[in-house]
Design a binder for this molecule. Sequence first.
Ligand code: ARG
Length: 399
Amino acid sequence: MKSEKRKVMKKVILAYSGGLDTTCALHWLKEKKFSVICFIADLGQDVDFSQIEARAKSCGAAKIYVVDLKDEFAKHYILPALKANAIYEGKYLLSTALGRPLIARYMAEIAHKERAKAVAHGCTGKGNDQVRFEVALKTLDPDLEIIAPVREWEFKSRDEEIKYAKRFNLPIEVTRERPYSIDRNIWGVSIEAGILEDLDVEPPENIYQITKSSAVHSSFGRYIEIGFVGGIPRKINGKSYKLVDLIKELNNVGGLYGVGRADSVENRLVGIKSREIYEAPAATILHIAHKELESLVLDRETHHFKEMVSLKYSELVYYGLWFSPLRGALDKFIDYTQAKLSGKVKMRLSKGNCIVTGRQSPYSRYDKKMSTYGKGDIFNQEWAKGFIELWAMPYRHQK
Ligand code: ARG
């Protein structure tokens, strides 16, 4: 018996970037008879959003949301990670990894608003980002159906995907000559694929999006001073900035001096090792400055304990466990340590480096009278003798 009811198309919220994968995904979902609502998240990726919106429209999006998330990203995602000194495997400042839980949160929110039962993303089945999106989504709303077209569809290579895009006249910019996969937001740029998969090949200069080659600079460079209040960066050279603007400014200045490039082979969550090139001028400058201030202000035991916390924190972010109880608990500890993290750090940016040249804080624990080798020394060296006796006691007469 034929149903009289008009068939309502199933709605899906697609996190849309305008790139090859999500553009093909949009078309593919439509072929699967979904009504596709595109959500374009503005995390400061410096693209023309009206152009991306037009692209989504031309590919048949039923509705489009463009949401400026920069402030929220800076305050509630970047800042906690900065306070935590969260750096994955010593190199990656987690720009992409920090953006994913925020995008996922809005995917769920828009799904609720639109009464959609499904969400979709354009991540491959080999990467970390699928895990980050989906773990966040399952934490926020386990009832949402998650569709990952790139993991499911029939194309076996990027070439086949490009062919599909061409067949349906989908507007894409990827060519076989520039096959890089680039993810960008205000906290940094992640670049992979193409020639970068050959680990011994130096990245070609033209892959870089925001940093200038250090070869073009005078060797002296320039000084920059960052002012912090309670662990939050507030000033550049004495001038106050809103967090998002401060990050943008440091990306500009740091980028000019080639600061914040990293070439890494990292351990992905799914067991693969991958080559990734990063650019993160602002993040690099801020991490260096923040850590320097901690050296000055934190007592030794808190400082060393916090270094262990940093390691764990970076794993939580990288592994997609942003909305986990442990992250919340660590944030409480970290915030406690930041109460007196105020002061200034001066650095010199030059030829790709960012070197600290000075620091000061009203809460500094540095006591020159104790540490000086010059006049005014008040340290009682006689105490050292007894201290060493006790310190060494457990190891005497060791067999
Ligand atoms: N390897 C980085 C991460 O797992 C970046 C991933 C996204 N990279 C990209 N080029 N699309 O967070």
